[in-house]
Ligand binder design. Structure first.
Ligand SMILES: Cc1ncc(COP(=O)(O)O)c(C=O)c1O
Length: 369
């Protein structure tokens, strides 16, 4: 039996008729660019997350860029974030003209280590941008405490954590303004690109809505440098349908994670676990092994596909060589990056596939011991 790392086939098949009806409706009403289905989805997601405003945009990368601009980040500023993330987190900081300052991560949460945050803050720090990597919430209270003492806004990157809770409250509802992604493989994924900004702040929401549509204050009048950040109506329609299933899909992921946590005990393997404050959506189920590539090859031999998130931390990417950070600068980020293996994780995995994965992981670890 082959266990795929990820597949959308069954999810799409199950909802095919509903998707096609909704897409047909958009075709018939031509609400293509930021049309009525986008507004409907924004309202639904705002209710789901418990935030006042959701502003849908064309990608998660854009959502981060918009959030940074909205809190006033610009050239000459620093933004404290992490290097153990998808590159977009850093891109957005650079697009805003600012410099990413990387704080190392906590190996228990995979995200920004609050005990190192204070040291990373300078006079130039204009925002703190933690990432809920793999869907696991960072310790928000500890981060918000430091941020508040310094009067610096927090922006949550919830691209991977839609539906994850911190102390019972939705991630994406804590920061001054927060950003998420609807890339197709995300827990809430569109049929293409998409993202959203979340905030309770009326002025920030109004400004992002304006920037999203060429900063057009009235027809043919552009108040400042604007952008085309609009989301397609077709994506809004798809996302509305999927949002209704998000909790059930995340619940199934949590069931799978519970089975993994109970069954995986291979020698030499460290398994990602949920912290006491977290209800994790398990966007990625990470395990860590010193012989990462050999482990993946052993899994493949046993019919189990795997992934890696992410092999090279941002500070060691060629694009960020100008920051002058060398290997060893962020030891925990580098260790997680070089040892992480992502196990198959999506709601439609069968119990038999989960059992096959557990047996394969344990046997692979024994083979490498
Ligand atoms: C942590 C993180 N931040 C930002 C993004 C950017 O989202 P997008 O691919 O929609 O631009 C992603 C997803 O790709 C992500 O995983």
């Amino acid at each position: 039996m082959t266990v795929p790392f990820f597949s959308l086939s069954e999810q799409v098949r199950g909802l095919r008729a509903e998707f096609l009806a909704a897409l047909t409706d958009v075709v018939d009403t031509q609400g293509f660019a930021n049309g009525p289905p986008v507004k409907k989805f924004e309202d639904e997601l705002a209710r789901y997350l418990g935030v006042k405003h959701v502003i849908a945009v064309n990608t998660g990368t854009t959502a981060l860029h918009a959030a940074l601009i909205a809190v006033g980040v610009g050239p000459g500023d620093d933004v404290v974030s992490v290097a153990h993330t998808w590159i977009s987190t850093a891109w957005a900081i650079s697009y805003a003209g600012a410099r990413p300052v990387f704080c190392d991560v906590d190996e228990k949460t995979f995200g920004l280590d609050p005990s190192l945050l204070e040291k990373a803050i300078t006079k130039k720090t204009k925002a703190i941008l933690p990432v809920h990597l793999h869907g696991h919430p960072v310790d928000l209270d500890a981060i918000l405490d430091v941020a508040q003492r310094h009067g610096i806004p927090v922006i949550e990157d919830t691209a991977q954590s839609v539906g994850s809770l911190y102390k019972g409250q939705q991630t994406g509802s804590f920061g001054r303004v927060n950003a998420t992604s609807f890339y197709p493989s995300k827990n809430l994924g569109a049929f293409g690109e998409g993202g959203a900004v979340m905030t309770d702040d009326d002025a920030i929401a109004a400004r992002i809505r304006l920037l999203r549509d060429h900063a057009q204050v009235s027809r043919h009048v552009h108040a400042e440098l604007g952008y085309n950040w609009r989301l397609d109506g077709l994506q809004g329609a798809v996302l509305s349908i999927k949002l209704k299933h998000l909790d059930a899909w995340n619940a199934r992921r949590r069931e799978i994670a519970k089975k993994y946590l109970a069954g995986i005990d291979g020698p030499g393997l460290v398994v990602g676990r949920e912290q006491p404050w977290a209800t994790c959506n398990w966007h990625v189920f990470p395990v860590f092994h010193p012989q990462r590539d050999a482990l993946r090859a052993e899994l493949e031999k046993r019919g189990v596909q795997s992934g890696v998130h992410y092999p090279t931390p941002v500070h060691l990417q060629p694009a960020y060589a100008h920051l002058g950070l060398k290997k060893g600068a962020l030891p925990v980020s580098e260790r997680l990056a070089s040892t992480e293996v992502s196990l198959p994780m999506f709601a439609e995995l069968s119990d038999a596939q989960v059992d096959t994965t557990i047996a394969a992981v344990n046997a692979a670890c024994r083979a490498l011991a």
